[in-house]
Design a protein around this ligand. Sequence first.
Ligand SMILES: Cc1cc2nc3c(=O)[nH]c(=O)nc-3n(C[C@H](O)[C@H](O)[C@H](O)COP(=O)(O)OP(=O)(O)OC[C@H]3O[C@@H](n4cnc5c(N)ncnc54)[C@H](O)[C@@H]3O)c2cc1C
Ligand code: SF4
Length: 500
Amino acid sequence: MIHTRRTLTADQELEFDVCIIGSGAGGGAAAYSLSRAGRRVAVIERGSYLTPKDFSQREEKMFPQLFYDAGGRRTRDKAIRVLHGHGVGGSTLHNINLCKRTPEEVIAGWELPRFNLEKFNPYLIKIESLLGVTAVREDQLNASNRAFRRGVEKLGYRGGMLSHNRQGCVGSGFCELGCAFDAKMNVLRVLVPQAVAAGAEIYADTRAVAVEHSGRRARGVQCEVLAEDGRVQARLRIRARTVICAGGAIETPLLLQRSGVPDPNHLVGSRLHLHPGVVAAGVFDEPINSWMGIPQSYECTEFLSFKRGGTDEDKRVWIIAGSAHPAGAASLLPSFGDEHRKRMEQYPRFAPLSSMVHDRSSGTVGRKGEYGADINYQLNEEDCAQLARGLRESARILLAAGAREVLFPFTEPLVVRNDAELQAAPIAVRPLEIDVVAVHPMSSVWMGRDAHSSCTDESGRYQQLDNLYISDASLYPTSLGVPPQISTYAIGLYVADQIT
Ligand SMILES: Cc1cc2nc3c(=O)[nH]c(=O)nc-3n(C[C@H](O)[C@H](O)[C@H](O)COP(=O)(O)OP(=O)(O)OC[C@H]3O[C@@H](n4cnc5c(N)ncnc54)[C@H](O)[C@@H]3O)c2cc1C
Ligand code: SF4
């Protein structure tokens, strides 16, 4: 059953086998698996229970409903915008649905004896099958992705079609605002109904305040039911034999810190990776309407390699088509007033490309006030150089595809019209000189071999408490270098199987 603020009006104390905090990729998959295995499962979700009719396709309405801080969360120095979502389904409600498996070399690089590819692969295969992951068809490429592919092929770069989890998609392009057509094969459509059918109780509009613990055991979870204006309207106390934190890589460390769980080596919340990205936009003569059709269905991997050593060592940037609705696009475009208006007039002719770096920079997540996030993360020089390379190569691709000009949205906007201008252009990524956006936070409560150097063991169990598990994008020991949803769904299934 799905409970919401409409029904959760009185204080309650409840008992379950498992209490899962967070209903995104990791929490949703764990809930699916454990409830079907016969466990009595409660899922606590800070966001609301939205259904396709609620996805109004309006940025100003959906951003506050779907994203923490209405999508405006930033790192401490304001240089990087960090997006992550809430709602029953977590970030899978608003994500773009593209599916890439955890790179084999990345898993091998973790050198974990018990968490290896052989062990993890079946979970990746299982989730892909559950979510109906399939390659986007050629005839589904929108104009933006077609231009991107044209440029990649003209330059002889490595590129390819991507796979997505969508069924019945009409190509409206509104994925980032939730799907009004119920075409996303995500937690909300696939896993929640099956978990609920198996008896899971989902508490939406409910914030987990703290994990109760004593000795080496988690005892339960204190929660608050939030009214629409954020006021606490009721309290829940869940007693559970096992607690799973699946709040995502920003909220899970905050919850653990708030709860005062033992952390003798001060690891929780450190080692955050963001897979941050920057955008360059090609301006074409003809309309591109990049917001229409399936977004992000083609990739360029010429500058991305997970092999260590040799020239591959230096390839850490992944290039992909970007898309933004008007408010999002306007916020990324530099300048003010008339100049900004002129840029926005070009919006239908933009084909943006986004470059994301497999980051080695790492940062921290700490508490700001009671429930805010203090994200302290600065890109190191090498990662800045990778992003600059991504911008330069994006421009080459766009010019090869026939763009009239390429706009780099630096605070001092830079435009190039041909290869000679591009070669001479001073392209560098420095904090606050270009908007950096991160939609894939991870690694803040990572797994490892021992309690001195990792937060959880290889089963996802918190090193200091025997019945507390982590099941979200926090668990990766490094950045994945690819979008993390499929890996994180698979982590949810994997962690569920570790719980005896
Ligand atoms: C705009 C955007 C586009 C993306 N596109 C893609 C894509 O195309 N492909 C891809 O692979 N990845 C994509 N991602 C990333 C992907 O969606 C996430 O990596 C993935 O969902 C992470 O799963 P998770 O379980 O760690 O956290 P989430 O899915 O974020 O779920 C965490 C949930 O926990 C809840 N929660 C947190 N703390 C509490 C608390 N204290 N009490 C109650 N509830 C709590 C949150 O409200 C949230 O619902 C995208 C992300 C964004 C922001
Ligand atoms: S493009 Fe497809 S999945 Fe995305 S919102 Fe439109 S119908 Fe839904």
